[in-house]
Design a binder for this molecule. Sequence first.
Ligand code: UDP
Ligand code: MG
Length: 312
Amino acid sequence: MPPRLGVVIPCYNEEAVLPETRRHLAALLDRLVADEHIAADSRVYFVDDGSRDATWRLIEQFSTEDKRFGGIKLSRNCGHQRALLAGLLTAEGDLLVSLDADLQDDPTAVIQMLAAWREGHEIVFGVRDQRDTDTAFKRLTAQGFYRVMSRMGVDLVYDHADYRLMTRRAVECLREYGEVNLFLRGIIPQIGFRTTTVRYVRHERFAGESKYPLRKMLALAIDGITSFSVVPLRLISMLGLATCGLSLAMVAWIFYGHLVLDSTVPGWASTVVPTYFLGGVQLLSIGILGEYIAKIYLETKQRPRYFVERVL
Ligand code: UDP
Ligand code: MG
């Protein structure tokens, strides 16, 4: 018996791409079912993340025309990570694949993912082979992000976005993670089981524009770091220690200058510069502490991460 597949697609204002996405996915499902790689009742779940355009109307239309297309409507815009989680925790199927609506990540890689699953892997990460089609800016910031994360000791799959296959068992493990500050790329490698990667070529968005402006990318990066790494806190302590050491050395130098060289000039620079410098260090340190406290504050409230309004 081939497994039942569920494809989860978060959509935020994606009316421009959805009809094309639907065509591609219908063709993919046809092909996979014909090859007996997946069961005939496999489905695609579009998660409408509080779109303000015709996205939900399109999803409703798809689902009336073709039973293989389902929809999950969230009560408001919750962000990509939460929309994805809502889809994964609501969709049915033995295997779930998550994919972006714009099909920048080649959907035919699912064929390789299924092959990896047949070899016994429970989580298969899609990894971007090349990013020529991304703007230089996007490429630079994204790669810088993966580098910083690995420096901070966060276990990430390099150049893997949220395109992956998970077995039902892995998805049920994901359900156990109750955190409000969601960073799925950090959580899922922690689940364990046998995992592997599959390489694919990243295309251009064929319509619409990126729903990830710099602001959202930065927020995701800060969430990722502060949810998974205490290295910034440790850096503060080290900075503090180094500053103390430095000022002790300065005291020694002043004594030396006064007692041995007898050449101390009442200094303006030596008073003012450290004041500004230490002020900056302290503000920065307080800011980093604040980031973590904000995380604790949000987690302790245990607020629900999303509400599902309708399921088709
Ligand atoms: N998305 C979402 N909610 C948001 C922002 C984005 O569900 O608040 C979805 C979007 O519809 C798309 C996916 O997340 O399916 C990735 O967004 P996008 O392709 O714009 O990001 P990029 O590829 O530019 O990083
Ligand atoms: Mg995209």
